[in-house]
Design a binder for this molecule. Structure first.
Ligand code: G3P
Ligand code: CA
Length: 276
């Protein structure tokens, strides 16, 4: 009898400990090997953001994609720069929309980051697509598109004329915080996957919002601080994927990999690659 009780007791301990193990490891299903490394504004921890130097570094560091921000010059050309003014990242001043392409490309977009990058120009979207087409994935953010009426059609045309508008294993993705602009782009070029960017909100993302995103987007890309296993599962259940941003420390990389995200947008591609 005593032997039977001990056997039952030991079995119980085994079952409970397995339960605790799996419960404490909510992330067991995550396959971190498949998580994409996405270099934010290029490998912007190592080279000036949104320049060819940063994109080259992203490729050298074996990122799966790099992210860039696209805006429009005064004369209607698509240029790659994050802020709506040139003040922070160049030796010039003024709004991107008030400067011509020639004026923008005469600026030095590298020296602010380091003297070794002196003279790096602001690239056009076309220059970046020509250089990296077929070599790596590109996550294109439509930055402040309400300042640039028609920018969705212009980006679509740049992709079309290079035959980059065909489904190609999600090598080109177009995203924006402006969800109306994402919908516009999706209606112009439905073959190119789209993503909605979501800023931090303490209330999270509602089911209603996720269901709506699923009608026109393939990706929901929130601030990394919003990510947990439950949100990742809810996004996956609707057939979408998630690429949160922006990782600048090892702990965040680890935590997002464990949560089972599909890609990580980071200034430091090695922080993610070294942990996959
Ligand atoms: O791709 C996500 C991330 O780029 C969004 O934030 O301000 O760096 O464009 P931001
Ligand atoms: Ca961006």
């Amino acid at each position: 009898m005593l032997k039977k009780l001990i056997t039952i007791g030991l079995f119980g301990v085994f079952v409970v400990s397995m339960f605790i193990y799996s419960g404490g490891n909510n992330f067991a299903s995550a396959d971190s090997n498949k998580t994409l490394t996405i270099a934010h504004r290029g490998a912007s921890g190592y080279a000036p953001e949104n320049t060819m130097a940063a994109f080259e570094k992203a490729v050298d560091m074996k990122s799966d994609l790099f992210e860039l921000d696209v805006q429009m010059s005064k004369d209607g050309e698509l240029v790659v720069i994050h802020d709506t003014s040139v003040d922070r990242t160049t030796n010039g001043s003024g709004m991107v929309k008030d400067l011509t392409l020639d004026e923008l490309q005469s600026l030095d977009a590298g020296s602010w980051f380091g003297e070794e990058f002196a003279g790096e120009p602001i690239p056009t979207l076309g220059e970046v697509l020509d250089e990296y087409r077929g070599k790596t994935g590109i996550l294109i953010e439509l930055k402040s598109p309400s300042l640039y009426p028609g920018i969705e059609e212009k980006v679509a045309e740049e992709l079309r004329e290079r035959n980059m508008d065909k489904p190609n294993n999600n090598k080109i993705i177009v995203q924006s915080f402006d969800h109306e602009s994402v919908q516009t782009f999706n209606s112009i070029l439905p073959s190119v996957p789209t993503g909605v960017l979501v800023g931090y909100s303490s209330t999270g993302i509602s089911d209603e919002a996720l269901n709506e995103f699923a009608t026109y987007a393939e990706y929901v890309n929130p601030s990394k601080s919003m990510i947990n296993v439950n949100l990742v599962d809810r996004i996956h259940e609707l057939g979408m994927e998630t690429h949160p941003w922006t990782v600048r420390d090892l702990e965040s990389a680890e935590s997002l990999l464990n949560a089972g995200v599909d890609g990580i947008i980071t200034d430091y591609p090695d922080y993610v690659n070294d942990r996959k």
